[in-house]
Ligand binder design. Structure first.
Ligand code: NAP
Length: 516
């Protein structure tokens, strides 16, 4: 949406293809119960329009999906974006035409669209994946994937419900579904470390104060490592006394959002001993909150330390397991063997359900690209080029795919994503403006520049404990063929470093690109 807004300013004719029937992307598809921001609402909205900042009031520090979707619709209407968006339009393929220097995009309905530039805004978490269980189609009750949730409301009242998967989506759904379900069974493979969100309402006076502080807030997000309001504490875990350390962690645990993950001691994610200490601290919190010690132990991760996978944010999640209508099943002890017409079978028991919720995640980062047949010069396929991991130039370009630009592509800065989206969009806008201003038709990344960027990405990943762990952030998805081993899909340096590099490239006239 922001890209459309900025490209229109250049006087370009822009057409956006969108698979959904409405705007919102992630916040359109992920409408499962409990879906909400894990970033502070006001740090996650667009920053580019003072009018928009003046007009929009957030009602919660961490807004829920319906409010976020309303916001994105408000943005679409305010800037009159819809006339240039073609909804219900899934892209099947895109091929570069070397003779005419343009892209041909083919939609699901067979229609063909030609353009000088093709820009992807596919999102790193937008290709939902189902577990490869036998019998998924046989289930006669209702079943849903969190990332493809239907628009109609689902009635859980008194129903027997299963949730499979305990990542950020599963955790948000579980704590909400547990309120209404007659009985909820949670099927957990590897537990995650979850910490309290501490959400609250924002009253009018508080929103006015937040609004008055927007310039400082966005400036802070520009300076922090991952564009959140929280950032690494400069102290090392062992540079403070035991009492100071504990007091700091208590404060973080009682504080809102990602503070405990993003605002912790600087060595937490690189020093094994430091990581063990914070893991012990959070494990004790779980033990305090779950009545049954056996269940508490099942919920405490044993295979990875705190923060080395994405930390789901929760509201009374652990207390859900104290409710009489909730049961936790470990799929490590009793794997699901098949889905049946009436429920599912594990190696130990048969279960009957009215509703099964698959919170089984996404073919992350490259999955949404793999689902489109993208062909560059000499018939080169993007999917093949990226088989053992993506290679990009600053996460925006791929050599051999001229005039294809990516917003939030692999190896761009992740974190509080809208901040990175705005930066990526402006960088692409400036590059296209540079080209049109000089009558340059085609831009391609030089292979040596791609190699250099990949070396930089590799160097930034060194020594990080998170890169030793299987998760979507390391390119692993056990449900997708060829994605069982870790790949370097993510840039793990800081956002300010990323932007510094990209700014330099632009200031020096894009020497890393070849133009014709
Ligand atoms: P996820 O973190 O990848 O979690 C998927 C879950 O499903 C894991 O618990 C996984 O277990 C389990 N699973 C997958 N396949 C399975 C199988 N075949 N058998 C048993 N268990 C299986 O996906 P997600 O929860 O959708 O979250 C993905 C990302 O989306 C998050 O990390 C976050 O970045 C983003 N997100 C953001 C928000 C927010 O900001 N508010 C909310 C939701 C999601 P294993 O761990 O054992 O593989």
């Amino acid at each position: 949406m922001y890209l459309l807004y900025r490209l229109r300013e250049l006087g370009l004719h822009v057409r956006v293809f969108e698979a959904g029937t409405g705007v919102g992307g992630t916040w359109y598809w992920n409408r499962y119960p409990g879906a909400r921001f894990d970033s502070e609402s006001y740090s996650y909205g667009y920053s580019f329009s003072q009018e928009l900042l003046d007009e929009w009031d957030w009602t919660e520090h961490f807004a829920s999906q319906p409010e976020i979707e309303r916001y994105l619709n408000y943005v679409a209407d305010k800037f009159d974006l819809r006339p240039d968006i073609r909804f219900s339009s899934r892209v099947d393929s895109a091929a570069y035409d070397e003779d005419n220097h343009c892209w041909t995009v083919v939609l699901g309905d067979g229609s063909r669209h030609r353009s000088r530039f093709m820009i992807t805004a596919l999102g790193p978490l937008s290709a939902p994946t189902m577990p490869r269980f036998e019998g998924v189609q046989d289930f006669e009750g209702q079943s849903f994937h969190t990332g493809l949730w239907p628009k109609q409301s689902i009635d859980f009242e008194g129903k027997r419900v299963a949730v499979i998967g305990t990542g950020a989506s599963g955790i948000q759904a579980i704590q909400e579904v547990a309120k209404a379900a007659g009985h909820l069974t949670v099927f957990q493979r590897r537990p995650n470390w979850c910490t309290p969100l501490h959400n609250r309402r924002i009253e009018k006076e508080e929103m006015d104060r937040i609004r008055a502080g927007y310039p400082e807030l966005f400036q802070r997000c520009r300076e922090t490592a991952a564009c959140f309001v929280h950032t690494v504490d400069p102290r090392g875990t062992f540079e403070v006394t035991d009492e100071e350390r504990n007091a700091f962690w208590e404060e973080l645990y009682a504080g809102p959002g990602f503070g405990i993950w993003q605002g912790n001691f600087r060595d937490m994610l690189v020093d094994r001993e430091a990581n063990r200490l914070i893991s012990d601290f959070v494990a004790d919190k779980i033990r305090e909150r779950v009545n049954d010690p056996r269940i508490a132990e099942m919920l405490i991760p044993k295979d990875h330390g705190f923060g080395t996978r994405r930390v789901p944010q929760e509201t009374h999640y652990y207390e859900v397991y104290n409710q009489p209508n909730v049961k936790l099943v470990s799929m490590l002890e009793a794997p699901v063997e098949r889905i049946t017409a009436s429920g599912l079978e594990t190696s130990e028991a048969d279960y009957e359900f009215d509703i099964i919720i698959y919170a089984t995640g996404f073919d992350a980062v490259t999955g949404s690209f793999d689902r489109i047949d993208i062909t560059g010069v000499d018939g080169r396929k993007l999917k093949e080029s990226w088989r053992s991991g993506p290679t990009t130039f600053v996460g925006v370009m791929v050599d051999g795919f001229p005039n294809m630009f990516m917003v939030m592509g692999p190896h761009a800065a992740l974190g509080n994503n809208p901040r990175s989206i705005e930066y990526n969009v402006e960088w692409v806008r400036d590059l296209i403006g540079y080209m049109t201003g000089r009558e340059l038709t085609v831009a391609d990344a030089r292979p040596e520049a791609v190699a250099q960027w990949n070396d930089f990405v590799r160097q930034k990943a060194e020594g990080l404990l998170s890169n030793e762990i299987d998760s979507w952030m390391t390119g692993v998805n056990m449900n997708v063929a060829g994605k069982q081993t870790r790949r370097l899909v993510r840039y793990s340096g800081t956002a300010p470093e990323y932007r510094e590099r990209c700014d330099e490239i632009a200031a020096e006239g894009y020497r890393e690109l070849s133009f014709t």
